[in-house]
Design a protein. Structure first.
Length: 210
């Protein structure tokens, strides 16, 4: 397979208000191939940025072997990553950008598509910054989102770590695009690390002074 034919995807991992939506928007502005992967959602709350389904529809997908790659419950709703949705984007030549907030989710998603060049980016920011962002969103569930922030685990073995309070979304997007294009990541060797990351990964940090 030539470099041109390599299929790529990005995981933006982090707690609520770490900057996943903002960086995804910056990626799309820089390169239209980068598109937000719209997770399936069944339940109340925001509908923008999701493919809304009923509980019955989600149950039907669960019965298809291997179709639901990952699912979790939060804010009274169920969120899921489906294999068909991911494959459809890749087949169109797009670079899916997945938003995940659980360490186990990263392993599940990347191991489900080992032929894809996955770039896993861990996003962080101080809690006070996240709290301010959450309040500005005015979603009405500040306490629940801060609890989710506190519960989010650090991600070991990320390819890139970004403190979104220290660099701009545009700087982050440029670094992500450069790294996924130049790093030799034909697929993540989940056998070498049960978390889904290569055991020899050296975490990179985006230095705002560069």
């Amino acid at each position: 397979m030539s470099e041109h034919d390599v299929r790529r995807a990005v995981v933006l991992y982090g707690p609520p208000a770490a900057g996943k939506n903002t960086i995804t928007s910056a990626l799309t502005r820089e390169d239209g191939q980068y598109r937000l992967f719209l997770r399936l959602k069944a339940g109340p709350g925001r509908t923008a940025g999701y493919r809304m389904v009923t509980v019955d529809q989600l149950d039907a997908l669960r019965r298809v072997p291997g179709e639901i790659v990952w699912e979790n419950q939060r804010y009274g709703a169920v969120y899921a990553v489906d294999r068909s949705g991911l494959v459809a984007m890749l087949d169109l030549g797009q670079v899916p950008v997945l938003h995940l907030g659980q360490v186990a989710a990263v392993a599940a998603v990347t191991s489900a598509s080992p032929d894809v060049r996955w770039l896993v980016v861990a996003l962080t920011c101080p809690r006070a910054v996240a709290a301010q962002r959450i309040v500005q969103r005015a979603t009405g569930d500040t306490a629940a989102r801060l609890a989710a922030f506190d519960a989010t685990e650090m991600l070991p073995g990320a390819d890139l770590t970004i403190d979104t309070s220290a660099v701009t979304p545009e700087q982050s997007a440029t670094r992500i695009r450069a790294l996924i294009s130049t790093t030799n990541l034909p697929g993540r060797d989940v056998a070498s690390d049960p978390r889904g990351h290569r055991a020899d990964d050296g975490a990179r940090r985006l230095d705002p002074k560069r």
